[in-house]
Design a protein around this ligand. Sequence first.
Ligand code: ATP
Ligand code: MG
Length: 448
Amino acid sequence: MTQPPICVVDDHEEIRNALVEMLELADYTVAAFSNAQAALLTLSEHWQGIVISDIRMPEMDGFELLAALQALDADLPVILITGHGDIQMALGAIRSGAYDFIEKPFRRDHLLEVVRRGLDKRQLILENRRLKHAIEAQGNDVIIGQSPAITALKEKIVRLAQADVNTLICGETGTGKELAARRLHEQSERREGPFVAINCAALPESMMEAELFGHEAGAFTDAKKARIGKFEYAHLGTIFLDEVESIPLSLAVKILRVLQERQVERLGSNQAIDIDIRVVAATKTDLKVLAEEGAFREDLYYRLNVVELHLPPLRQREQDIVLLFRYFVDQASNRFNIPAPDISLHVIDTLMQHKWPGNVRELINVAERFVLTDTLIDQHTLANWQSAPSLSSLPNRIEQYEKRLIEEALSQAQGSIKRTYEGLGIARKTLYDKLAKYGIDRHRFMDD
Ligand SMILES: Nc1ncnc2c1ncn2[C@@H]1O[C@H](COP(=O)(O)OP(=O)(O)OP(=O)(O)O)[C@@H](O)[C@H]1O
Ligand SMILES: [Mg+2]
C-alpha cells in the first residue's frame, strides 16, 4: 500500500533536504516546499497525509501557515519544527493547535514516531469522513451497505417488490432476512396493506394451524370465540413465513392448498374465504436439499420459491463491516444518549479480522457494547462478547414479552380497550402508547 504523502515546508535548503532524506529513507512520499505560499497551493482538505513545517520563515511563518491550514481543514495534522530546547516556541505551537512539534536537530526515531502517529490520525479522520458521507448518501435507505453484493440485493428487492410473486429469502442467521422481507413489502403495491410475520418454529404444530387458518367458535376445546388467522389477516398485504423449514409436513399440504387456491378455510368451518396475499418465506437452511431428502414438501418448496433472494454473510462483504459498525454506533449513541466513542484504527482492524458468525445482529451487539462500555475492542473482547448473553437483548426480550402479554390480554378481552387496560392494571393512556409502540392493532382481536 502506498503511504499517504508528507508535506515538508522549510526555507533552509539543508534542513529541508535532511528532513526529506530521513522520511524518504523510511519509505514515505514527500512533497517539499521552500515557502508556505507554495505549499498552500498544493494542500487542501483532501490532503491524505500530514504537514511538517518550520516556524521561522520569511514572509509567511509556520504559525501563519498553521492558521491558514486550520481554516482549510481543522483536522489536518501539522507538526511544527522548533529550535532545540525552545520551550516557549514548543508550547506556542501546541497552543496554536499544532498536532505536535519536533526539535532541531532531528532525532530520527522521534521524528518517525511523531510522523507515524500523525499519519494514523489523519487516516482515521479521512476514514470517518468517508463513512459519514457514505452513510449520508444512503439517505433513508434502511438497508445499509455499499458492497457489490448489497447494492445488487437492493436493486433486486426493488424489482421483486413490483413483481408480486412468492419469494424465498435464504441466508445465515442475522443477515437481514426479515429486514429484506419488510423492504419487499414496503416497496410493493401492497405497502398500504398489512405485513404479517409468523415464525414457523416458534409454535407447536397444533397452535400453528389455528394461528395460520383461524378458527370458528367451538372448533376445538379452547376455541370459545371465532378468530381470524394470519392468512386472512394478511389479506391485501404480505405474509412472512419465517423459518419456513419448520413447517410440519402435516401442515404443508394445507398451506400449499392456500397458496394454490388463494382461499382459506377457518378450522371448524368449510366455507372458503378468498384472500389476496403475497407470500415471502425465509430460511437459514438449504430448503432445496431438505425437499430432495423428503424433509420438506417439494411441491411447497417450488411454490414458495418462485424467486429466491440470497443474503450473503457479513464475512463475504467486508466492505460493509465498518460502514455498518459506524451506522450502528451512531444509532446506539443516539438511543442511549451517550456520545459515540472514537473508532480507532485498531478497532477497525479488529472488526475486519473477525468472522462474524452472528452477522449483522452480532455487529449491532458489538456496536452497542462499544458505545455503552467504550472499551477497546480486540479479538479477545469480541470472543468474550460472543459467548456472553447479548447486552441489548435484555431490554429487547422484555419488550417482546410485554408485547406478548398485551396481545394475550387483548385477545382475552376480544379487543376491548377498557377490559385490556383494567386486566393489565395499567392506565388507558399507557395501553394506547404501548399499542402504538408495538404496532398492535386491537381490531385484530375483535370478533367479526
Ligand atoms: N444491511 C443492513 N442494514 C441495516 N441493518 C441491517 C442490515 N442487515 C441486517 N440489519 C439489522 O440486523 C438485525 C438482524 O436482521 P434480521 O432480523 O433481518 O436478520 P435475519 O436474517 O432475519 O436473522 P435470523 O435468521 O436470526 O432471524 C436487524 O436489526 C436488522 O434491522
Ligand atoms: Mg429473522
